[in-house]
Write a protein that binds this ligand. Structure first.
Ligand code: AP5
Length: 213
């Protein structure tokens, strides 16, 4: 099963993608996580990506597409994957379609997690991410057992650099301009599914499971 998660920054794509991956035994692939891992390792890719991410801009398509195609070609993707944060532009979607068509395959579902902009800024200010394993929490909606400590690996939780309110506003405007047109793109392909991302995290996941049944 190949699933794409669509939605504004902070809509809950990552939260739900991790659950889908664990429920259906497929890898969770987040281009944002791949870039952040490269930033942490100080790789040339990481340094280039950081210059865009810190401003809330998209990393250029040519760089992003290469990384995604390398990742989905790996053995663990044979039975499918859930993509979180890719595609973000129509050209990225077209490259993905071509890549899967080469193997006579297709994307099964594009799930749009719908959350209005008003809720997003509030959510982002409460997000905390683990410095080591990348697990995400929310101080109010998904708190860790111990304040500022990752439940999964015991490391420190931090606020992501691009979660500052000014950067979030920019990410939202980039989303509306460059990424939201993908909703229509996948609707036209007949694989778009929509969920109300303002509901409780567990309820959103139940709605998604009903779609993927
Ligand atoms: P990326 O890491 O993909 O960030 P994003 O899409 O902006 O999404 P987020 O990770 O911020 O949010 P999310 O929807 O996953 O929400 P989450 O589940 O964490 O990308 C970062 C940057 O990398 C981009 O800006 C760009 O520069 C670059 N990049 C990445 N991919 C790219 C690409 N393909 N092309 C070009 N550039 C690319 O949830 C958010 C918070 O809300 C959490 O605290 C969570 O606990 C909480 N929450 C989740 N669901 C709920 C709920 N139902 N109710 C209450 N709280 C909830």
């Amino acid at each position: 099963m190949k699933v794409i998660m669509l939605g504004a920054p902070g809509a809950g794509k990552g939260t739900q993608a991790k659950r889908i991956a664990s429920e259906y035994g497929i890898p969770h692939i987040s281009t944002g996580d791949i870039f952040r891992a490269n930033i942490k390792e100080n790789t040339p890719l990481g340094m280039e990506a950081k210059s865009y991410m810190d401003k809330g801009q998209l990393v250029p398509d040519e760089l992003t597409v290469r990384i995604l195609l390398d990742r989905v070609a790996k053995d663990d993707c044979k039975n499918g994957y859930v993509l979180d944060g890719y595609p973000r532009t129509i050209p990225q979607a077209e490259v993905l379609d071509e890549a899967v068509a080469k193997f006579n395959e297709k994307i099964d579902y594009a799930i749009n997690v719908d959350v209005p902009d008003e809720n997003i800024i509030n959510r982002m200010s409460g997000r905390r991410a683990c410095v080591k394993c990348g697990a995400t929490y929310h101080v109010k909606y998904m708190p860790p057992v111990k304040e500022n400590v990752c439940d999964a690996c015991g490391s420190e939780l931090i606020i992501r650099d691009d979660d500052k309110p000014e950067t979030v506003k920019n990410r939202l405007s980039v989303y509306h301009e460059q990424t939201a047109p993908l909703i229509e793109y996948y609707r036209n392909k007949g694989i778009l599914k929509e969920v109300d991302g303002t509901k409780d995290i567990d309820v959103v996941f139940e709605d998604i499971k009903n779609i993927l049944k």
